[in-house]
Design a protein around this ligand. Structure first.
Ligand SMILES: [Zn+2]
Length: 169
């Protein structure tokens, strides 16, 4: 069976779908499973090749991961501005405690309203959390609810929960 090209399917390829299963074929013919950063680095170095099995309703298809850049962006190995809405820069962040939130004073997290004056948008909370940890030391909660509001054409306001102590200084 000739593998199809994942690159040819473009943005529609389900890189991160739960049902997509990755196979790494090493130079010596060994076959392993997984899609971690090390596998990506081996594939870039050319010491292995990555394939994905995309199970269909009647049969499964084998795809060659021939766009490693797209693959890395989908898995968060490489930063992707388009997917995350976030530039790789120091964000211009405005924030205030959410006055409508009913946070218990004993809760380690407080709800805050965040506006990004740099023009970025948060499409991926995990990426934003990692950036804010690095830039401001914030511990942004990556589980539980979050949301955004705003007028069309205006800046969005994001409701996030941040560990109280990490906001303090
Ligand atoms: Zn920004």
């Amino acid at each position: 069976m000739e593998p199809r090209s994942a690159a040819a399917t473009g943005k529609d390829f389900p890189y991160t779908a739960r049902t997509t299963c990755y196979i790494e074929v090493h130079k010596d013919g060994t076959v392993t499973h997984g899609n971690d950063r090390a596998a990506y680095e081996r594939a870039v170095a050319g010491t292995s090749r990555l394939f994905a099995v995309w199970p269909g309703e009647w049969s499964s298809h084998l795809f060659a991961i021939d766009d490693l850049d797209e693959y890395a962006k989908a898995h968060g190995i490489k930063h992707d501005e388009e997917r995350t809405g976030l530039k790789e820069h120091v964000h211009d962040v405005r924030w205030e405690p959410d006055s409508y939130a009913n946070d218990s004073p004993r809760s380690p997290y407080i709800s805050v309203d965040v506006t990004l004056d740099c023009g970025c948008e948060i499409h991926d909370r995990r990426t934003f959390a990692a950036q804010m940890k690095e830039q401001q030391g914030w511990d942004v909660a990556t589980s539980g609810g979050w949301g955004s509001s705003g007028q069309p054409g205006g800046r969005k306001k994001y409701s996030l929960r941040v560990r109280r102590k990490s906001l303090a200084d």
